[in-house]
Design a protein. Sequence first.
Length: 253
Amino acid sequence: MVYKLVEMFKSEGIKAYESKKIGRPPTKVNSAFVSTVVSLRKTSDYGSQKLHFVLNRTGFGVSQRQIQKILDQQKLTEPCEKRRGQRKYVRYCWPISNYMWHCDWSQYHEKWYCAFIDDCSRKIMATGVFDNATTENALFVLYQALLVNGVAPVVILSDKGSQFYANKYCRSGVKGLSEFEAELQELGIDLWTSRRNHPQTNGKMEKWFDTLKKRFKRHPNESFQDFVNWYNCERIHHALEYKTPEEIYLQKL
């Protein structure tokens, strides 16, 4: 070992004893490819996984790790201090379109957004923007979804918000019916509600609102209807085997 160290000193000098970085040196990425990744990210808002799928389909053989590195270097990713390790998810969805629709309200920039989304395909069946989150406005969006799509779901899933669900009981202990519940009964549609303080039950709806707010933040000049069309017909989903909601909706009819 001593002789080996002496030989290393003769050939490299004092640098032979300096600590060396572990692993392979970073590979240089073509600047044109970096521009392609940046452009696609800004137009589609896709993460590294979807970008890897799209670029691989068009002939690029760059790894997802390298694409993620480019996004980090270009500061196109949002830091997440609470990020945990990889988690195993259990995904639940009905096998056919129009069996269950999710619905909910969310506020953004002093406006209230109401939407109905198909559980199987994640297609936005109808949506609206209002000044107030009321039962009347929720029913307006519901009837819009029924008329535009020409179909009614078997079940509608919502939270226990007052726009959808009657939270009061009469003196005899029997729960009353909200206007929304009564209307669904007339239409022959069942209403299911999520547990209190458990938004994961209506997670598809929560995720859509999150996508909407992030999209508006990055593309403030995009109209709301253009966003809905982009989401339904252009944006691919990892959970849908990299297909759009419109494709899966028609496939599962």
